[in-house]
Ligand binder design. Structure first.
Ligand code: SF4
Length: 136
């Protein structure tokens, strides 16, 4: 089996990139406020593969080292649907605390040109905070 792979150098995230993430999250939280029924916006969890399929996925993902994460940039595919889930699961967090939680999860050193959460050991964002696309 052949999988794509990435071998970019590791870099410290720039302030501009962190600011771009914050702006993106503010937009996603604003979009969530406009949603009439936030609970309906939450995407259904995709079942995790099991058995042989799980082995193949694990092997493929560790070999490619996050090629797919290159598209994550400063948005990590986060949108109002993810924000709806995160706000539901963390009712005590206000918007500022939610954004701070994401910023504190940024990889201290990440792969150049990839998602801000794409660190040397993989994704630095906890699964409950990731977009459903990433968890899928
Ligand atoms: S949030 Fe994690 S899984 Fe999603 S694109 Fe970024 S590094 Fe990859």
């Amino acid at each position: 089996m052949t999988v794509p792979a990435q071998d970019s150098p590791l870099v410290v995230p720039t302030r501009d990139r962190v600011r771009a993430l914050k702006r993106h999250l503010i937009g996603a939280l604003r979009d969530l406020r406009a949603v009439k029924h936030p609970e309906r916006a939450i995407q259904k969890r995709t079942a995790q593969p099991e058995g042989f399929a799980a082995d193949v996925v694990r092997a493929g993902c560790s070999a490619c080292r996050g090629h797919c994460c290159k598209g994550g940039g400063e948005h990590a595919y986060l949108d109002e649907r993810t924000m709806a889930r995160v706000r539901r699961d963390n009712p005590t967090l206000d918007a500022a605390a939610t954004i701070a939680l994401y910023v504190s999860s940024i990889a201290p050193e990440g792969y150049a040109g990839s998602c801000l959460f794409h660190g040397v050991r993989g994704c630095t964002l906890a699964k409950p905070l990731r977009a459903e696309l990433c968890n899928t």
